[in-house]
Design a protein around this ligand. Structure first.
Ligand SMILES: NC(=O)c1ccc[n+]([C@@H]2O[C@H](COP(=O)([O-])OP(=O)(O)OC[C@H]3O[C@@H](n4cnc5c(N)ncnc54)[C@H](OP(=O)(O)O)[C@@H]3O)[C@@H](O)[C@H]2O)c1
Length: 386
């Protein structure tokens, strides 16, 4: 048996009862509990991993809160979450040719590609029978792992921050830019104003935009995260200065600020990820021909907009989910070269994973939260521990 974290429908019900249904008081740390499981047999095309480190991800928060759907209940009462991990290959099936024991790899969470390569389902979320990686060991198909670029210049925790967020950002960026370029070709306008709201995915999205020569703006309530991005030439905007868009006047003031900063133009591309009050703010600052792209719904899963206004301004809303497997490989090439993630100052111990999730939920971390799962690390990565 090996240890792994689980979310049960029962634990969700107990916590919901405790807080009287008030999600503001809900403690996700009470719901994500240490459990045990028997790792699956290693089939001919499978790889067994010793998990070294994971990043805390918001879909686990959504699973524990059951605010989008009660995925634990839908999957029979229990899930083993976690779809971003860095691991060491410890055994391979007899048909595996791409990996050998000792290889260090990252996972991707495209659980079941459709005919175009996009995920129909996400691993360890809605993919039936999928076991997540917030555990000590895992058995996965060899198609589900990618060699970790250990020489990319990032340290081990920075590499562990990227397996889910980097492909998401990569996909959002190539979609948003492709849509914008369909409307406005490069010969008419080379440099774009690109704006993202707080969060690890948006940060990586803006790093891509900046690396390709565009002006990038990061609108976040976190001074630490803004400062990290400002060090990379990405201009910070304090979201709290605009009261997190609680009122229409806050949105108006934000729009005025962005218009002034962009010489009256606005943002050609906006990465939202949060929806809720952030959505109208993102639409308000969009330039003509603008593209608003999102793969998240952290604050609300519904949006409303004035179709006439968006038509007249030629604004496109695009909804994405997650990358193709090829896209995940391409995104991994950019670790360190483009993606230099912010990392929360504490590296959590495995047993503290519920606290890491609760602190992520409370939005009090200074960067992407990383949990060290393995106490003993292989020699190949020891020099990457800061
Ligand atoms: N489709 C996919 O494949 C995919 C992949 C990754 C993430 N997602 C989803 O995208 C969303 C963001 O994920 P992430 O990984 O980028 O998040 P993250 O790194 O955990 O950051 C979350 C951000 O939310 C912001 N926030 C928290 N409360 C807020 C509020 N009341 N108003 C405005 N901003 C608030 C914070 O920004 P400040 O800096 O402003 O405080 C924080 O940095 C989540 O819902 C996640 O599930 C989807």
């Amino acid at each position: 048996m090996s240890r792994a974290f689980a979310i049960t429908a029962e634990a969700i019900a107990v916590e919901t009862e405790r807080v009287g249904g008030d999600l503001e008081k809900f403690d996700v740390g009470n719901v994500i509990r240490l459990d045990e499981l028997e790792p699956a047999e290693v089939g001919p095309n499978d790889v067994k991993l010793k998990i070294l480190a994971i990043s805390a991800e918001h879909n686990v928060d959504h699973a524990a809160l059951a605010d989008t759907v009660n995925i634990a209940e839908l999957r029979g009462g229990k899930i083993f979450p976690g779809n971003s991990a860095l691991g060491e290959v410890v055994a391979v099936g007899n048909r595996v040719t791409r990996f050998v024991p000792g290889d260090i790899v990252v996972t991707h969470c495209n659980g079941e590609p459709d005919g175009f390569g996009y995920p129909l389902r996400i691993w360890a979320y809605d993919q039936p029978d999928s076991i997540g990686w917030y555990g000590e060991e895992a058995v996965v198909g060899d198609w589900q792992i990618i060699p970790a670029p250990l020489d990319c210049g990032l340290n081990l925790w920075e590499i562990a921050a990227l397996p889910l967020r980097a492909p998401t950002a990569y996909h959002l960026w190539r979609r948003a830019l492709g849509i914008y370029r369909l409307k406005v070709p490069r010969e008419k306008q080379a440099t774009l104003n690109v704006l993202g709201f707080g969060g690890g995915v948006s940060e990586l999205f803006l790093m891509l935009a900046k690396s390709e020569g565009h002006r990038a703006f990061f609108c976040s309530g976190s001074a630490d995260r803004r400062s990290h991005l400002e060090g990379m030439g990405i201009e910070g905007i304090d979201q709290k200065q605009f009261n997190r868009f609680a009122e229409r006047d806050d949105v108006k003031a934000f729009s005025k600020h962005v218009k002034k900063a962009t010489g009256g133009t606005g943002a050609h591309i906006v990465c939202d990820m949060l929806r809720g009050p952030v959505f109208p703010a993102g639409v308000a600052v969009a330039s003509r021909m603008g593209v608003n792209v999102s793969a998240g719904w952290q604050l609300d899963k519904k949006i409303g907009y004035d179709s006439a206004s968006l038509s007249v301004r030629q604004i496109t809303l695009d909804h994405t989910h997650f990358e193709t497997i090829e896209g995940c490989h391409a995104a991994t090439e950019l670790y360190g070269r483009v993606f230099k993630p912010t990392i929360h100052e504490e590296i959590y111990a495995f047993e503290d994973l519920p606290r890491a999730m609760a602190e992520m939920h409370a939005n009090i971390q200074t960067g992407i939260p990383i949990v060290r799962v393995a106490k003993d690390l292989p020699d190949s990565v020891k020099s990457l521990v800061p």
